[in-house]
Write a protein that binds this ligand. Sequence first.
Ligand SMILES: Nc1ncnc2c1ncn2[C@@H]1O[C@H](COP(=O)(O)OP(=O)(O)OP(=O)(O)O)[C@@H](O)[C@H]1O
Length: 282
Amino acid sequence: MPAFSGCSSIFGMPNPHPVLRAAALAKHYGRRQALSGVDLDVPARRIVGLVGPNGAGKSTLLQLACGLIEPSAGTLSVLGARPAADAAHLARVGFVAQDAPVYGALTVADHLRMGARMNPRWDAPLARDRVAQAGLPLTQRAGRLSGGQRAQLALTLAAAKRPELLILDEPAAALDPLARDGFLRGLLQSVSDLGASAILSSHLLADVERVCDHLIVLAGARVQLAGDVPDLLAAHRRIPPGAPLPDGAERIHDAVVRTPVPAGAAVELSELVLAYLGRAAR
Ligand SMILES: Nc1ncnc2c1ncn2[C@@H]1O[C@H](COP(=O)(O)OP(=O)(O)OP(=O)(O)O)[C@@H](O)[C@H]1O
């Protein structure tokens, strides 16, 4: 189980249709353990921030969720089925891999035509609108787009599939602050237009704080913390240095404690993430 799971459920019952459910999930590459004993239950209609240090297993989890790789042990279901179970299931998931891969020799318009041919639920007006909004010239070859524009194109291709789940592996990492802002706005807009869920891995805690309402902290191949952000923030406080631990509280790291009573001060999301990463690194 995660060190702390605040995953909320309707009326206290387990969510019947989680977007992603993992049980004792493990993945190793040879002798290297990338994920171990991962249990997750991510409710639908969330924007999930997946954070953790380099090598924590974030890309591995996302690639498992897309069916690009197979688990070594345990189970994983995405939208109620095995990842990439069949063509219909593939159409329900949009994936933007690290570095927003696109075909350099093809134009923006070629990408849209290809998307339309390959995806049964392709939303041509949505694709055209997003491309126009992002200011992507239709005749420009993708290889000549800026990093930010490439990320926008990759997000457009994923969103125009009208997926129920968008999976994005550090899509905005290389972008400058303005381009990142545009990308995140585009993401929020797409998720809201589609009524979809999204899982976004990122090292940028400010981005996660801004767009995510569900958090997964991975470190050392294990889930350290998972749950809806409001629940997690409500369950943790910062106590003054030297103050005694409140009744029933557990010290996570330094001044951050998990406590059933609202002692001390509220914590911010970045502080909470750093506390769990600090504890995992001890
Ligand atoms: N194809 C592979 N072959 C061998 N080892 C791998 C492979 N892919 C990942 N690993 C290892 O698995 C572990 C988890 O890697 P992963 O890429 O999932 O981490 P990450 O959290 O996405 O890291 P980063 O933030 O640096 O992208 C690392 O130790 C990595 O070296």
